[in-house]
Design a protein around this ligand. Structure first.
Ligand code: ATP
Ligand code: MG
Length: 404
């Protein structure tokens, strides 16, 4: 198996770090698939899999490894740079296409080592002629039913009859840790995914209306975090019972301001937890103008309560675009299950859309913010989730056998 990644703009130390992270993540993703070795060929990565590794599982895992542009499941044969004999490669190509049904095909070859005396085009022509002669099928360069990919490395050649897209982006870990406020709605899991895909390891923070409401939102959030953990392998989820804290706010705040005050309190508590976990930013699923808490004035009023940056990766997206992305990601069905969102508690149908900071500060002076933040942080309940397997089997995989 050969893995490609986008390496534009990656130089020197950054590139080494990117590659090391990607290799570590591939190992973790395939920990229970018996992966033998993951090898850095610089500009591509090779994975040695045992014959019994289930291709479907390997595919499902690799399409979730951020940083992978695409991967080629195929086979490898020896090749001499100075005196390349294509017999073994031709046989490998025949084996690779045996189970494929196609009428037209093309060969696409890439030379990783330019010292090879044959050019990519020489190889494409020679193998194309061999496949034509054996199968009677025709070459179509523009619109083939089947593309056979050949990669010419320094001591061997690799061939595959499929190229599978990965998520792209950057390997999880290269961009540090972030704290995602996750609500159980459609938007926040998509926002978290966007940051994971840019190389961040997400910690999740959920505010539950408990004890004023049921645990339905918590169950949904657990399910959503489990889903997202397939992209980042280890997740920490903090659930904060927020009902009592909301009660304190309600006692002092006029109804139209409550939503902004809830949010400011969430941001402060999340920030304390984020700092403990060395997260460099908070992330929300806000999209400009979508609901009352997301008007320009209210976003600013919420932002003012934070010292860490608040990242809002969906800010410029329409609801339709977010829903499409949630569907592709596989979180949509869970997100639309009914729950009781704590932010809907004791807020009027038309809350203030232009909350002024003066008003917010006036109300907050009547609340013991420090004590409420402390209570929120102390009562946070932590769940750790991991994927795909226990740390013990990952340990085993970190010491690879020799390649077959
Ligand atoms: P979502 O679909 O993500 O719930 P939304 O369109 O319902 O978003 P809001 O409910 O205003 O919008 O929430 C905006 C953002 O605030 C959410 O995306 C999330 O990041 C954060 N947030 C809201 N409620 C909670 C909560 N109960 N726990 C944690 N974060 C929350
Ligand atoms: Mg919501």
């Amino acid at each position: 198996m050969i893995v490609h990644y986008h390496e534009l703009a990656l130089k020197g130390h950054n590139r080494d770090y990117f590659e090391q992270c990607l290799i570590k993540n591939i190992r973790t993703a395939l920990a229970d698939a018996g992966v033998r070795q993951v090898e850095n060929l610089h500009s591509r990565i090779r994975i040695w899999l045992p014959p019994e590794a289930p291709p479907e599982v390997v595919r499902e895992r690799l399409i979730r490894v951020c940083g992978i542009a695409n991967f080629l499941p195929g086979r490898v044969v020896p090749l001499q740079l100075a005196n390349p004999n294509l017999d073994a490669l031709t046989t490998a190509v025949f084996e690779e296409i045996e189970s494929q049904s196609f009428t037209t095909f093309r060969i696409t070859a890439r030379r990783a080592d330019k010292r090879l005396t044959l050019t990519s085009m020489d190889i494409e022509k020679a193998l194309g002629a061999a496949v034509c002669a054996r199968t009677g099928r025709k070459v179509s360069l523009k619109n083939p039913d089947l593309t056979i990919y050949i990669e010419l490395l320094s001591k061997e050649a690799f061939c595959a009859a499929a190229k599978i897209e990965g998520p792209g982006g950057m390997p999880v870990g290269v961009s540090g840790k972030i704290a995602c406020l996750i609500s159980g709605g459609i938007d926040s899991p998509v926002a978290a995914y966007r940051m994971i895909k840019r190389g961040c390891l997400a910690s999740f923070i959920h505010f539950s209306g408990r004890p004023l409401v049921s645990r339905a939102s918590e169950e949904k959030v657990h399910e959503l975090v489990r889903h997202l953990t397939a992209f980042q392998y280890d997740s920490r989820l903090h659930v904060i019972p927020f009902g009592e804290i909301q009660r304190e706010i309600i006692l002092n705040a006029p109804a139209p301001f409550r939503i902004v005050l809830y949010r400011r309190m969430m941001v402060r508590i999340a920030q304390e937890l984020a700092r403990k976990e060395q997260c460099w930013a908070l992330v929300t699923g806000d999209s400009l103008g979508q609901v009352a808490s997301q008007t320009p004035q209210n976003l600013c009023a919420i932002e003012e309560a934070a010292e860490l940056p608040i990242l809002r990766p969906l800010i410029g997206m329409d609801k339709r675009e977010i829903i499409d992305e949630a569907r592709r990601l596989g979180t949509y069905e869970t997100s639309i299950e009914p729950d009781q969102d704590c932010c809907k508690l004791f807020v009027p149908p038309h809350p203030s859309t232009k909350t002024r900071l003066d008003d917010v500060h006036r109300v907050e002076r009547m609340i013991d913010i420090f004590a409420l933040v402390k209570r929120g942080v102390e009562n946070a309940e932590l769940t750790e989730l991991s994927f795909p397997s226990s740390a013990a089997s990952r340990e085993a995989i970190a010491k690879p056998d020799r390649p077959r």
